[in-house]
Ligand binder design. Sequence first.
Ligand code: ZN
Length: 188
Amino acid sequence: MAKNKKKKKVPQRHGVLVDSFTELNKRHFSGQLEVPTCLRFDKVEKPEDDGHGHYVDAANSLTVSLEARAFGPLFYRDALLHEMIHQAVAKLDGHPAKDHDTHFVARANSIADALDLKHVEADSRSAKQWPKTLRSEDYYGAAESQARQQVKWRNPRSSTAKSAPSGALRSNAPGAHGRTSGGGHGDR
Ligand SMILES: [Zn+2]
């Protein structure tokens, strides 16, 4: 009990995330990952793509979105697991953390086998949103599917001309996502 600061400060680590991290780490990474310095729920910048997590290698900081938390444990644990793969790619494999390339997908697919999910291809939308798009519609429960409906309703097809949110325009996908030229962001 030191200072009684009024300023609302987000803690460095949220206990439920640490618990989930520890469990997922044991199950899918042979316990080789270290608990990130920051491991918490917080705002996550998200482009149209809807990202629910963010991992920053240099800061060893893993953030899961507040929205993911609102959708419940199944949802935020998936978001966490996704970011843990980024962490593993950086810390265990020695490759850049932010990509959804072959290194990311290799780990994702081997975990997918354990979860009985389909494999995904490198740099695909499914890799970027792994494993969310592979789960069944009702997997995450009411809160998330309600939100999903709202998003569909709010933005039926073309809010941003180039980024087909429905995944309908797969054919021109491969290069399309690499073009977020700004630095900073790790993930979506
Ligand atoms: Zn990612």
